[in-house]
Every structure is written in structure tokens, then in C-alpha cells.
Design a protein. Sequence first.
Length: 255
Amino acid sequence: GVVWPREGKHMRSWKNKKKDMFRTKSVIHLVLLLYWVCVHVYDASIVQGLSNEDRKIAFPAYGKPVGRWRYLTYINLWLCLAYSTLAFLTDVIPRSLVKRTFQNSTDFLFTSIVFPLSVFVPVAFWCIYAVDREGIYEKVLDSILPSLINHFWHTFVAATVLIEMLLVHHPYHSSKYMLAGQAVLFISYIILAAYIKLSTGSWMYPFLDEIPISLVPVFFIACFVLSVMFCFIGKGIAHLRWGGHVSSDGVKKIS
């Protein structure tokens, strides 16, 4: 019979390293998935625990068109949960064409949407908070909502994506795909904002009602530019951390 050459130490070492990498990634995604489930359960428990009067003050969007989905913060919370679920499922399904398709989808979703949006939301919130608190998070909310939920909404979200960026390698697509993803996201949100303004007479955020209507488009454009900037910052971080390293599908790439 044919005697095959023994597998070299280098190849065995590479396979073991690859297995460790995938195992670590799966654990990270599971931990983040459980984290986001806990955040959503905590969020729901707070909403349900409020009196009707306090709920109207804390969540004035209840009973109005699209409800809390008018807030980019709320959209981002669900996006993070959806991404974490998809990422963990991608880790555990057997290697196949479906797995590769899922992997490409999660890489694109994280690099082009989840990471930049999860950094943009805290930066934009706390900058506006510092300038016009009443226009973004009224002081009366301090006596209604625990401060911890505000940090789950507007602080810790950035930490979660940064942790993933540093511990899990996501190969970046070309810049045109990142820009396309951001453009679809922001155009969709602007359409939603315009619908809310036309149907209710007010913007989703009080501070937008305080500025001239002619400056509102400027504000949205500035937000788009800032979010795109975070796309490229994320790409830079990934290059510093993973440049020339092994991608999530086991192929060596330069981000």
C-alpha cells in the first residue's frame, strides 16, 4: 500500500492554532450574545416597571408612529443583538458554503454597520449631552431611570465592539462597500426621521426642533461623515491589530 508522509510539526501546530482561534471566537461571540440578551431583558424590565405617568415621560415615543424604533440608540441595541446571534450561529454551524456565506455577511455587517454605528451613537450622544442635555436626555430622567441603563444604551455599546475588534479578526471589504452600507443605513434613517416629522410635527430628538430647519440636513450630513470616519478608524485599528494575520475563514489577508 501507499505510505503517506507524516504530517509535519509545523502543519500540526498551524491546525491547533487555527482550532484555538475558532474556539476563542465562539466563546467571545457567546459571551457577547448573552450580554446583549441581558441588556434587552433589563431594558424591558425597566419599561414594564414604570408607572404609566413615568413611562410617558421616559419614553414619549410610546403610542406614536414607529415607537422607540425612531431612536438610533434603540435600533443599534437590536442590531447588536441580531449581529451577535448571527455571529454565534456562524461559529457553530459546520463548515460549508452556507457557513462561508454567513461568515462573509457577519464580517460585512460588523465592519460596515455595527462597529461604526456602535461608536457613533455614544460619541454623538455624549457630545450633544455636554452641549444641550435637555435636548437629548432630560434631567428629569435621572429620577425615573437608573443611570446604569443609560450607560448600557450609550456607553458600554462602544466597549463591546472595541473588544470584539481586538479579539476577533474581521477582514474588511473594499471602501466602496463600506460607504454603500453606511449610505443605505443613513438614507433609511433620514426617511424615517422625515416621516416622523411630517406625521407628528416634531423631530424624534427635541434638540432638532431647536435649530433652524435649514440646518437639519447639515446635521444629518455631519452625522454621516462622522460615522464613515469611524468606519475607517475601525479599519485602521484592525490593520494595526490583525494586519497580515489570519482572517476569520483561515486565509491570510492584509486588511
